[in-house]
Write a new protein. Structure first.
Length: 334
């Protein structure tokens, strides 16, 4: 491909996937992703540390791809939340990263906010930031399991629980970009299971990988593997989690009149094959006028759904057809 120095032309795109444990940076051109680098998300230093790390990783990705970082035209960002907006743009106020937000946090910082957009715009003029599940929803609607769906929800079941919502073809954002934080819907406020946000008995407290093993002293991977093998206590614990998860999906189906769920995240990608019937039953057993025909699909973009979602936030329309044909994101796996 011949590139031009005219900065009105999309030459390269940058993408950031910012999570509570990992930060990944990808650079791409019209042919697809060129390089991706990742590192544990910064948790110490000043409140600028995450934004500065994101810039550094984008520059590293450019070095791997042998391109000049100054030729990145736009940067799409898929980030954990919640967000607030102020005069500087989008600010992260996530308890997964900000140690000053939650009493007794084991995070090695006292941050109460992360000025993400302000720091990124010091280096890149055009930055689009969305909640990670909103970005994933856009990725799955563009290239994955939700193509052609106007009434749909992307869900992640992983360390946390999150949602991206689409109604009548409109992706829902909300006043600060936090639409989809339905992982904090209260299901059982009498429960002693506590979420990182402080709630007791919300969806994330009852089902997430971070919380499900908290009372047993085992990590989530051990619990889910034992449950798959049919071991008693672990099987019962995970089945209950899947039922709570399915009830959350039912609540959204009833609220949004949705047609399809695409589910990703490490828990689902490893165990969705046997958890799906449990979740599906919780949807289908209630209010058939609304829930009949609602489907659950596995996210087609797999573990790179947030990276591709971030790219989709800034992807030029003229690139889409070629990407549909070649599916270039598959190169990220190698």
């Amino acid at each position: 491909m011949q590139h031009t120095d005219n900065m009105d032309t999309f030459t390269y795109l940058g993408a950031l996937d910012i999570g509570g444990t990992k930060l990944a940076a990808t650079v791409a051109d019209a042919s697809g992703p060129l390089a991706r680098v990742a590192a544990p998300t910064a948790r110490s230093g000043s409140e600028r540390a995450v934004g500065e790390q994101a810039i550094e990783l984008l520059e590293q990705a450019c070095a791997v791809a042998h391109i000049d970082p100054g030729r990145i035209g736009k940067v799409g960002v898929s980030s954990c939340g919640p967000f607030i907006k102020d005069e500087s743009g989008i600010v992260l106020v996530t308890p997964n990263l900000c140690g000053g937000l939650v009493g007794g946090s084991d995070l090695p910082n006292d941050w109460t906010r992360i000025p993400l957009e302000a720091v990124l715009r010091e280096r890149f003029a055009d930055v689009v930031i969305r909640n990670d599940c909103v970005a994933a929803l856009i990725g799955e609607r563009s290239f994955g399991a939700l193509q052609g769906e106007d009434d749909c929800v992307y869900v992640t079941w992983s360390t946390g629980i999150g949602f991206g919502l689409c109604v009548n073809g409109h992706v829902l954002l909300g006043k600060h970009g936090n639409a989809g934080h339905a992982g904090h819907m209260l299901l059982d406020p009498s429960s002693d299971a506590q979420c990182g946000c402080g709630n007791f008995g919300d969806v994330e407290a009852l089902t997430s990988g971070r919380n499900i093993g908290r009372g047993s002293g085992q990590n989530a991977a051990t619990i889910f593997t034992a449950a798959r093998q049919g071991e008693g206590a672990e099987r019962a614990l995970v089945q209950q989690a899947a039922q709570w998860f399915g009830r959350a999906l039912y609540n959204l189906a009833a609220t949004l009149d949705t047609r399809a769920f695409a589910i990703g995240g490490s828990v689902w990608l490893h165990h969705g094959d046997w958890l799906k019937p449990l979740a599906q039953k919780e949807i289908e057993s209630r209010l058939p006028a609304v829930t009949s025909g609602v489907t659950i699909k596995t996210a087609a973009l797999g573990s790179f759904v947030a990276d591709i979602g971030a790219l989709c936030l800034v992807l030029p329309p003229e690139w889409r057809h070629a990407w549909h044909q070649s599916r270039p994101w598959q190169a990220l796996a190698s």
